[in-house]
Design a protein around this ligand. Structure first.
Ligand code: SF4
Length: 458
């Protein structure tokens, strides 16, 4: 105790009942501190009197300085260039975070603060586990010179089950064997993937696209594709890197080109949210397709001279099941419910509909969420099917948003400015509260509003 509080003087109490008894030194701190507070006799009158202790002098000074602390809204453009360099190497996820709250971006990608990592099968690890199984599934087929559609749904199911058992044993030094709970999670994730692959392969008879690349990284030092570079003017630029879960192609050998679709795997149901997209908060899916349309020479990776962007989709890897009206309703409709659970949500080009769904226009395979009018045009009650010019405008809009955000980053924008959309706020998905010191009860959140200049229908 004297090492902690050098001014303490050892005392001996003659009466046994006045002696301090403890099993650990920390139990003595409170009674001893009471004796140290100037002006107190034997008891502490208030917490503020404790703060007067000489031992706390330096802490008092630091707290006094912090009392008036508030993060600045911006830093100088010179410092921004010093932090990021002339070309900011970044990812779409990072730019989405800037759109959600510039200060959050600054903390993570300017200061490079990171969350503490735990050895647990959290949502991120569960996602990585499923991604790894599907990547191995694809690689095995490539080695056997087979396409996904060359398997029957049952063969694909059995293959995924086998790979899942292998991956579970090796994944992250045995993470999924570390507890009964983790083992159960691995079995559940594998079972969902078996359902997923059986459903996907079943759809392939009506789907003209073939999975060509999985976990396709671009922009890294050893990646097959270069970074997507966006010129921001004033000598600045973005060099965007990323990893695309799956790229499907429908190749036209005569024209030496391919319709191109990007698939993003999700753990739950996810749809394109127009408001979040317009504000740059949910850009990743169309941004990846926009990146692919800028690849100067796609032949080494995709085997064709040109890629023609045609679709972007979120697909749930765990199935997004809807509740049934009754138990018998659920049991009787299990097969159809499973197909709907893996239905693709996103955007697809109307002029390529025949390649997405060979049953169209007379029928619908169920893989995509669209309908046609009696005149054979996209039914506007379903947002996923777009005319070609609307689809291209969506990709143009995404590029323009990325450029705008890049320019703001280079002005030094680091404002604590989280968005609100209904009950959802940016801080719900952020671990930097201790740094920005936001009080969500009193903060005026930036309420997202539709941008009237954005494309009407994307
Ligand atoms: S907690 Fe909220 S305000 Fe603070 S950095 Fe994160 S998103 Fe921004």
């Amino acid at each position: 105790m004297q090492r902690l509080y050098p001014s303490l003087e050892a005392q001996t109490c003659p009466e046994p009942e006045q002696r301090l008894a403890s099993e650990h030194a920390c139990e003595l701190q409170a009674p001893l501190l009471r004796c140290q507070v100037p002006g107190s006799e034997s008891s502490v009158r208030s917490l503020s009197s404790l703060a007067l202790l000489p031992a706390f002098a330096s802490i008092r000074e630091q707290l006094r300085a912090l009392a008036s602390y508030a993060p600045a809204d911006s830093f100088s453009p010179g410092l921004a260039e010093h932090l990021f360099g002339p070309a900011l190497r970044t990812s779409i996820t990072a730019l989405e975070q800037f759109a959600a709250c510039p200060f959050k971006f600054f903390v993570h990608f300017g200061l490079r603060a990171e969350e503490r990592k735990f050895f647990e099968a959290d949502a991120r690890e569960q996602g990585s586990f499923q991604h790894k199984i599907l990547a191995q599934f694809h690689e095995e087929l490539q080695q056997e010179d087979k396409r996904w559609r060359d398997l029957t749904p049952q063969e694909a199911r059995a293959r995924v089950g086998r790979i899942a058992r292998q991956v579970a044993d090796e994944f992250r030094e045995g993470l999924f064997g570390a507890s009964d709970q983790n083992q159960f999670a691995a079995r559940s994730l594998a079972a969902a993937l078996e359902d997923f692959i059986e459903t996907i392969i079943g759809w392939m008879q009506d789907y003209s696209f073939d999975p060509r690349s999985v976990e396709l990284a671009f922009g890294g030092g050893h990646d097959a594709l270069p970074a997507w570079e966006i010129d921001l003017g004033n000598g600045h630029g973005l060099a965007i890197r990323g990893k695309i879960d799956r790229v499907d192609l429908a190749v036209n050998p005569e024209r030496d080109e391919a319709l191109c679709t990007v698939i993003d795997y999700k753990s739950g149901a996810k749809k394109i949210d127009l408001l979040l997209l317009e504000q740059g908060i949910q850009l990743q899916l169309p941004a990846y397709l926009a990146a692919l349309r800028h690849v100067a020479d796609p032949r080494p990776v995709f085997g064709v001279r040109r890629l023609d962007p045609a679709g972007v989709f979120y697909v749930s890897l765990r199935g997004s099941y809807q509740p049934g009206a009754s138990r018998s309703d659920v049991l009787n409709g299990a097969s159809e419910a499973r197909r709907l659970a893996y239905r693709h949500a996103g955007r697809l080009r109307f002029d390529a509909l025949g390649q997405f769904d060979r049953k169209a226009p007379a029928g619908n395979s169920g893989q995509f969420n669209y309908a046609l009018t009696n005149e054979g045009k996209p039914n506007r009650r379903f947002a996923d099917l777009l005319e070609a010019d609307e689809f291209n405008a969506l990709l143009d809009r995404v590029e323009s948003l990325l450029g705008q955000m890049g320019r703001r980053i280079f002005t030094g924008d680091a404002k604590v400015d989280p968005y609100r959309k209904g009950a959802e706020v940016a801080c719900d998905f952020c671990d930097s509260r201790a740094i920005c010191r936001i009080d969500r009860w009193t903060h005026q959140f930036r309420v997202l509003k539709r941008n009237p200049t954005a494309t009407k229908k994307t």
